[in-house]
Design a protein around this ligand. Structure first.
Ligand SMILES: [Zn+2]
Length: 293
């Protein structure tokens, strides 16, 4: 997920809460996460079975982020295995670090090849990336003016390559919270009137169980023929996807991602079939960055 919004919109808070929305860890997942953490002395018994949350700073080296060294050690992406990797100020990470994320985002693994050593570490994480829409942060802000030239905005957003953005399922605009809304809540903490994390977590768990009982895996692992078999795309939804793909010039990779997101939205609503309304919502989560792509 890529969160785009001005400073103070609550992007970090959302990212930190995210791990608590995920389904409970299975025993295999808990063991795998603990094994990776123990390789670098970061396993604590009290954290066993709790989804890991890693939030490396944007100045972290590519080796610290994805792993490496001699002998090779896992990086933050592997320490976030079966958990959440939060990358704030996403475009500020080095080009090398950003491009190195492409392989694990695709395969859930990172291969480290040095002359003397080869290693492979698991890196199946939920990526939450956050960024301002422009260098000053206020592009599209309802009350504050952006000080950047279109060129500066384009250069800033352009640090994220098309192929990298193609691997991120959900692109979301996070709006600034109006001051009056902040004042109406206790001690400045933001409360969404509706639901607490626990209620949402149960909904996530139910959707995950639906996917598991249908195809024995989570929706993000649906590829090729499996995707066609389990999409159960309504007739008009199929036409809708094809139109959107042509109009927005999606790569095949992006189109498949949109389909998996639509399948998940349908699962959240306990709908066996993926209807055009689910596809339309999935399309809405593509590309909120306007320039340079
Ligand atoms: Zn700006």
């Amino acid at each position: 997920m890529l969160l785009v919004g001005p400073p103070g919109a609550g992007k970090s808070m959302l990212a930190q809460r995210f791990a608590s929305l995920l389904p409970a860890m299975t025993a295999d997942e808990a063991l795998a996460s603990a094994a990776v953490a123990s390789l670098v002395g970061r396993f604590y018994p009290a954290r066993y079975g709790v989804r890991p949350f890693a939030a490396p700073h944007h100045t972290a080296s590519a080796v610290a982020l994805v792993g490496g060294g001699s002998p090779p050690k896992p990086g933050e992406i592997s320490l976030a295995h079966h958990g959440v990797l939060f990358l704030d100020e996403f475009p500020e990470f080095s080009r090398a670090s950003l491009e190195a994320l492409r392989e694990p985002l695709e395969t859930g693994l990172i291969r480290i090849a040095r002359a003397a050593h080869q290693a492979e570490f698991p890196a199946q994480f939920q990526l939450i990336a956050a960024m301002n829409p422009c260098p000053c942060g206020f592009l599209g802000h309802p009350t504050k003016a952006c000080r950047d030239t279109p060129d500066q905005v384009s250069r800033y957003q352009g640090k994220l390559s098309g192929p990298l953005l193609d691997r991120i399922d959900l692109h979301i605009n996070v709006q600034a919270v109006p001051p009056e809304q902040l004042l109406n809540t206790k001690s400045g903490e933001q409360h969404d009137q509706g639901e607490d994390s626990h209620v949402i977590q149960q909904r996530v768990e139910a959707a995950h169980q639906l996917a598991m009982s249908r195809q024995g895996s989570a929706n993000n692992l649906l590829i090729g023929e499996l995707l066609n078999t389990h999409m159960q795309l309504a007739h008009d939804a199929k036409a809708f996807v094809q139109q959107a793909a042509t109009k927005l010039q999606w790569s095949a990779r992006r189109m498949h991602r949109v389909m998996r997101v639509a399948r998940t939205i349908a699962d959240l609503e306990h709908s066996p079939q993926v209807a055009s309304v689910h596809v339309a919502e999935a399309v809405q989560y593509q590309r909120v960055l306007g320039v340079g792509h």
